[in-house]
Design a protein around this ligand. Structure first.
Ligand code: PMV
Length: 347
């Protein structure tokens, strides 16, 4: 039976891909498999107050507040998301929602909030479903939330669990699916425990090209087929690395994936560049330091100019001072976020 009213809330993290998702088919089906570290500090907190309407209406009805302020401009995106998930959550039009959402990271920092934001919202709606259907197993719950999150933003399906989530059907990962992310099913070497991700905010401006357009441009891209094959190969290679902890190979795969993502942007038509001069300065400084220090610091990139600096816990006393001294000066207003590998969404 459906409750008349109530409130559900969740905190859901962002994630950073090691093997990148870039290119998709209808219904947010990825063109290639990907895998990510779930983050811990970059989260979206969302609460949804629901109240049953006198009569089911033709439209979705909701109010939306972002960091305490009414946000009309975010509503179309939410409306599209609701339309896509309604077949799987048929109660949505029977309720009025008051959605309150906020991010732990600075507003318009260039940190993509779609993964944490869409997954937090999907979690709230699934929690409603759970109060209606009592006997939902944890596994079924996570799977369906990931499935729904995917319909909001592809990479959001990798934010529900942690520390590593894989999405997209591929031969080397048992149970992999195009429809939802799965908690990485194999044993992971302890060197990845507590892995750090210091996010350098190089450019906080609005991106010139959205990831929706970027994915689109992989259709008819001259290197698409090779790229999609490469993602399968890299994922398979990464599988051994995650077991045996060989950080040199880890670095090679992760940095190559980041540069390949941006190479796809540069070789699409129209072509575009999301890196900034400071992105390259940071990459070069990391390479130089890595050689000199014998550490295993490396970088990865999202669809933007910011740099994610990855390093193991046992090297933090050497790497973090280097980041502060040599890399932070390349950040806009000296801004950076200390994050690390995390365990997924929380109530
Ligand atoms: O989830 P979307 O559609 O915003 O795509 C994001 C894709 C990348 O962040 C660039 C890569 C990834 O796998 O997360």
């Amino acid at each position: 039976t459906l409750k008349e009213e109530g409130t559900v809330s969740y905190s859901s993290p962002s994630n950073i891909a090691l093997v990148k998702y870039w290119g998709k088919r209808e219904n947010q089906i990825p063109a290639n498999p990907s895998i990510s570290f779930t983050l811990a500090a970059c989260v979206t907190k969302t609460s949804v107050q629901y109240k049953k309407k006198a009569k089911k209406s033709e439209e979705f009805s909701f109010d939306l507040f972002f960091e305490g302020e009414a946000k009309e401009e975010f509503k179309p995106k939410i409306n599209t998301f609701l339309k896509r998930i309604e077949v799987y959550l048929p109660f949505l039009k029977e309720y009025h929602f008051v959605i309150n959402t906020s991010n732990s990271f600075p507003h318009s920092s260039g940190i993509a909030s779609s993964a944490s934001g869409m997954s937090a919202l999907a979690l709230c709606f699934m929690e409603m479903e759970r109060t209606f259907l009592k006997n939902l197993s944890e596994e079924h719950f996570n799977r369906k939330v990931s499935f729904l999150s995917r319909l909001g933003s592809g990479s959001a399906c990798r934010s529900i669990e942690g520390p590593l989530v894989q999405w997209g059907e591929t031969a080397s990962i048992e149970g992999s699916s195009n429809l939802f992310g799965i908690k990485y099913p194999y044993k992971v070497h302890e060197v990845f425990n507590n892995f750090h991700d210091t996010i350098l905010l190089v450019d906080k401006g609005e991106k010139q090209v959205s990831s929706t357009v970027g994915h689109e441009l992989m259709h008819g891209h001259p290197f698409a087929a090779q790229r999609f094959d490469q993602a399968h190969t890299n994922l398979e290679k990464l599988k051994s690395v995650l077991t045996d902890g060989s950080l040199d190979t880890f670095i090679n795969i992760v940095e190559s994936e980041a540069l390949t993502l941006h190479a796809m942007m540069m070789t699409s038509n129209p072509y575009f560049i999301l890196m900034k001069p400071n992105t390259l300065s940071i990459i070069n400084a990391i390479w130089k330091f890595r050689q000199e220090s014998n550490t295993h610091v490396c970088f990865t990139l999202d669809a933007g100019a910011n740099v994610h600096v990855l390093y193991p816990e046992n090297e933090k006393d050497i790497v973090f001072p280097f980041i502060k001294e040599k890399l932070v000066p390349f950040c806009q207003n000296g801004q950076y976020i200390c994050d690390r590998i995390g365990l997924g969404a929380k109530k």
